[in-house]
Ligand binder design. Structure first.
Ligand SMILES: [Cu+2]
Length: 251
């Protein structure tokens, strides 16, 4: 009799599935990824097709991340890992530059969201005990909040350059230079670059050895002292290879 009484609670505990709880956490991660995917495109004010696809796939996963659907959890985990690894060069660049706060905060959100889907999806599939769910969720929130506060502080401590007399103005907007083709004469002393995007850019002219960092929502300037001619302008940030222009210096 005594043995039976002792065994019963243990049996009940092992019969109680932890899969729905883990899938619930994976679903929160998927919602985070949807928010990230759409917020990124709203911030960039342009459609970024791969990010749109990532957002729509996570959106499609959300209704199915419940009950005992362990394979859906595993599928979401695999997709989260692939999406995160596929964007790794861009994610690392944004996370390495916290002074561009909007980009940093969004990529931190995507990293936390992808990690939640990955860990919770795999844990559901493997029927792991539920005791780690709460600490994981709290750790995710803590990492996101601490990182966001740090990034906002870093942005506040980053000064914008002031335009000087004789500077020509260039704007970085929607991951493009405006104007794309700059024409200056020898009276121009420099170029003042205003970044209206939340992501960082670099104003880079390889032929002239110019490589100026322009944090998100900040301004930078560079002295120009070069022979007449036409030089190619690029941005060295991963994924910005279409961000090109020219600088023509007339005699
Ligand atoms: Cu750029």
């Amino acid at each position: 009799m005594a043995t039976t009484t002792l065994e019963r609670p243990t049996d009940r505990a092992s019969e109680h599935s932890t899969v729905p709880a883990w899938l619930g956490l994976a679903r929160i991660g998927a919602i985070v990824m949807v928010v990230f995917a759409f917020a990124l495109q709203i911030t960039a004010r342009t459609v970024i097709p791969p990010v749109l696809v990532i957002g729509l796939v996570f959106l499609a996963f959300i209704p199915f991340l419940n009950g005992e659907r362990r394979r859906v959890g595993l599928g979401a985990a695999v997709f989260a890992a692939a999406a995160w690894l596929g964007n790794l060069p861009i994610i690392i660049d944004d996370l390495a530059n916290p002074e561009s706060a909007p980009a940093f905060i969004l990529q931190l959100l995507s990293t936390v969201g992808a990690a939640l889907v990955l860990v919770a999806g795999v844990a559901a599939f493997l029927r792991r005990p539920a005791r780690m769910i709460r600490p994981l969720a709290l750790a995710a929130v803590a990492v996101f909040l601490a990182g966001s506060v740090g990034s906002v502080a870093a942005a506040a401590n980053t000064d914008s350059a002031v335009a000087q007399a004789g500077d020509v103005k260039v704007t970085a907007q929607q991951i493009m230079w405006a104007p794309e083709d700059i024409v200056i004469d020898s009276s121009a002393t420099g170029i003042w670059i205003e970044n209206k995007d939340g992501v960082r850019h670099t104003f880079t002219i390889p032929e002239l050895g110019i490589d100026v960092e322009v944090p998100g929502l900040k301004s930078s300037r560079v002295d120009i002292d070069a022979a007449p001619g036409t030089y190619q302008i690029i941005c060295d940030v991963p994924g910005h290879q279409n961000m090109t222009g020219t600088l023509t210096i007339t005699g």
